[in-house]
Each structure stands twice: as structure tokens, then as C-alpha cells.
Design a protein around this ligand. Structure first.
Ligand code: PMV
Length: 351
């Protein structure tokens, strides 16, 4: 089923004449994972990846140009952004300024509703919203493809959150020509047949992750003997995934997503030293997913850079799956998500 998502474009000129814009973006969960960069600066991935944008946990980001200000002022969930988070946002704004030929600093205000750093892709919605709001405030006039390329430079997975529903992010040509690779590495929507999926999200631990995905990817690419074989098999997974989406075969979609995710975690477990995001509660939920399958429910699991589990299933079974996951992991927070919209500009009231 293709759903129409509203896109309001309301760039504003604030009272004092400075340009400003507000954007909303949603996280996405990869069904074919992005794991491993071939260029750290440009954030070029080793493989293509494919994801579903969610209809929960939106990030809203307001960017206002601040003539006369000596530095960017960044607020994250009501508090000044410090350390690595602040540095990444300023570095991203530098990129936007370079393209806009501007040296104006900005005031950035971000409200993230996803638990930051919990492997639930807060960086995807965060940099997609920032890319869209900053590009509008600095007057870059980018289309969605160019916004996806730009968002990629903040966080790879953010390239996919520019679009709604199912999205593929192309790794870009790997010929050694970095300009061509940069140009060719963007996300775009994937056509699907009727699927009506739900993603049951089990937050077994909302705390920050022990190793950042950036560091974990680097270590995996550099040291894991399983990385190359997984990257090769991931290409086949993507081909199979596209076919399953075109056919509307949700069971096949789940099966491919689960094997791709478990393979990704195997690459990390084989890194030196190992990176292990999966916890005992993760495994408990995975056991319950197996039990659901034995009971005839087409439920399949995927995990990212954290212990939380996302279970893909038909929307009609979502409640049953959520109840089963809650029963298995009573300390977890369980919620049901569906396919959500791409990033969009909104007015001050969030419309
Ligand atoms: O975009 P990053 O650097 O947060 O990396 C995300 C990596 C995974 O979430 C584990 C997989 C993916 O494709 O989203």
C-alpha cells in the first residue's frame, strides 16, 4: 500500500528579518543494514541498504540564522548541546555554510522524541531534520535527492529518513572517483506492493550504547574476518529483498531482514576486540519471536547498534506480537510502529 504523506513547505522569515525554517523527520529501521564505511569523511558506505521509515519518534528541528553571532547555539531537548553531539552539528552546519557561501552562525533547537543513543536511530531523524531545516534557512534550494546526500554527511542512515515508507540508499560507484561516489550515494523510495506491515519495537534498554556505531563500524571493517563475506551476501539479500517487496511477500521480507541483521551482528562479534550490542533481554525476545513463528505468526526480528529488538510482522498480528514480547521481557517498553512519512518543512505550530 502506498500512503500519501502531507508535505507542507512553509519557510519563514522571522520578525528580525533572519531566515529560519523548521523541519520534522522520523527515524528509519534498516531491513538491509548499513554497516561499514569505505570513506569516513564523505560517509560512503560499503554496501547499499534498505529501510522502512517509521511513524513514531519524530525529531523537530528549528534553524534560525543569527547575524552577528560568533558561534552556533545548539539546544538539544531543551539543554545546550555539549561534547560530541554539539561538535557534529556544528561540523554539519559548516558544510551547509560552505555550500551556501555564508559565514552566518545559526541558532538550532532540536526536540528528539526517540531515546538518544539507544540504537533506535535518533541520528537518522536528527540529521534528516537538520539537513532539511538548515538547507531551507540558508536558502540552498535542494531537491530531495540532494537533501538525502547532504543528510548522509551528518549520519549515513539519515540519508534514508528524507523519504517515507521503504527506501534504498545507494552506496554509489566504487571506482576511486570520490566526486562520482559522493554524487551517486543517496537514498530514494522503493516501490512496493501491498504489505501492511507493523514493526513492534521492544526497548529493552533505553540507555546509551557502550560503543558508538561509528567506532564499531570502523573496528568491524578493519578487523573482522566476517565483514567481507557479510558485505558480499548483503548484496544478494538486497536483490531478494527488492523482489519480496515488489511481490508484497511480507514473510520473505521478514526472513531476509532477520538473516541480514544477524549476519551484521556476527561481523561485530568477530571484530577484535568484539563489539556486542545484544544483551540477555535481546536473546529472550529473539526466543519469543521464534516461538511466535512456531505458533504460525510471520514475525521476524532485526537489531541495530543496541540491544533493542524490532519485530516485523503483519499489522493484523501486531497486538499479539506486542503482548508476547511484553510477556517475555516484562521490563521492556513495547510499542507498535508503522510506515511513516518522509522529512518535511513545517510552520511554527508543527503543521
Ligand atoms: O547512521 P549511523 O552511523 O547511526 O549508523 C546506523 C547503523 C545501523 O543502524 C546499525 C544500521 C542501519 O542501516 O541503520
Amino acid at each position: 500500500m502506498r500512503r500519501e504523506h502531507p508535505t507542507a513547505v512553509l519557510d519563514t522569515q522571522e520578525q528580525d528579518g533572519s531566515a529560519a525554517a523548521t523541519a520534522v523527520a522520523h527515524p528509519n529501521i534498516a531491513l538491509i543494514k548499513y554497516w561499514g564505511k569505505r570513506d569516513e569523511r564523505l560517509i560512503l558506505p560499503v554496501t547499499d541498504s534498505l529501510s522502512m521509515t517509521l511513524d513514531v519518534f519524530p525529531t523537530t528541528t528549528h534553524v534560525r540564522l543569527a547575524p552577528g553571532a560568533g558561534q552556533d547555539e545548539v539546544t538539544l531537548n531543551g539543554a545546550p548541546a555539549t561534547g560530541e553531539a554539539g561538535r557534529r552539528i556544528t561540523a554539519f552546519l559548516d558544510l551547509v555554510r560552505e555550500r551556501a557561501g555564508s559565514d552566518l552562525r545559526a541558532v538550532v533547537d532540536t526536540e528528539n522524541t526517540v531515546p538518544t543513543g539507544a540504537g533506535l536511530a535518533s541520528s537518522a531523524s536528527g540529521f534528516a531534520a537538520l539537513a532539511m531545516a538548515a538547507a531551507a534557512a540558508y536558502g540552498l534550494g535542494l531537491d530531495d535527492t540532494a537533501l538525502s546526500r547532504l543528510a548522509r554527511r551528518g549520519s549515513g542512515s539519515a540519508s534514508r529518513s528524507i523519504f517515507g515508507d521503504f527506501t534504498v540508499w545507494h552506496a554509489g560507484p566504487d571506482t576511486g572517483d570520490l566526486d562520482a561516489a559522493d554524487l551517486g550515494s543517496y537514498a530514494e523510495p522503493v516501490p512496493t506492493a501491498d504489505l501492511d506491515p507493523a514493526l513492534v519495537i521492544a526497548v529493552v534498554n533505553a540507555g546509551p550504547k557502550p560503543v558508538s556505531s561509528r567506532e564499531a563500524m570502523r573496528r568491524t571493517v578493519d578487523t573482522s574476518p566476517l565483514f567481507r563475506p557479510w558485505a558480499d551476501s548483503s548484496r544478494d539479500d538486497l536483490t531478494d529483498m527488492r523482489a519480496a517487496l515488489t511481490k508484497g511477500d511480507l514473510e520473505a521480507v521478514g526472513e531476509i531482514a532477520e538473516r541480514n541483521a544477524l549476519g551484521m551482528h556476527a561481523t561485530m562479534l568477530a571484530a577484535r576486540p568484539a563489539v556486542r550490542y545484544l544483551s540477555p533481554a535481546t536473546v529472550t525476545v529473539l526466543d519469543q519471536v521464534l516461538q511466535l513463528r512456531r505458533d504460525g505468526v510471520a514475525a521476524y526480528a532485526t537489531m541495530d547498534a543496541g540491544p533493542n529488538v524490532k519485530v516485523l510482522c503483519p499489522r493484523a498480528d501486531a497486538q499479539r506480537v506486542a503482548d508476547a514480547v511484553r510477556a517475555a521481557a516484562p521490563d521492556s517498553t513495547v510499542l507498535v510502529a508503522g510506515p511513516g512519512p518522509g522529512a518535511r518543512l513545517v510552520d511554527e505550530g508543527g503543521r
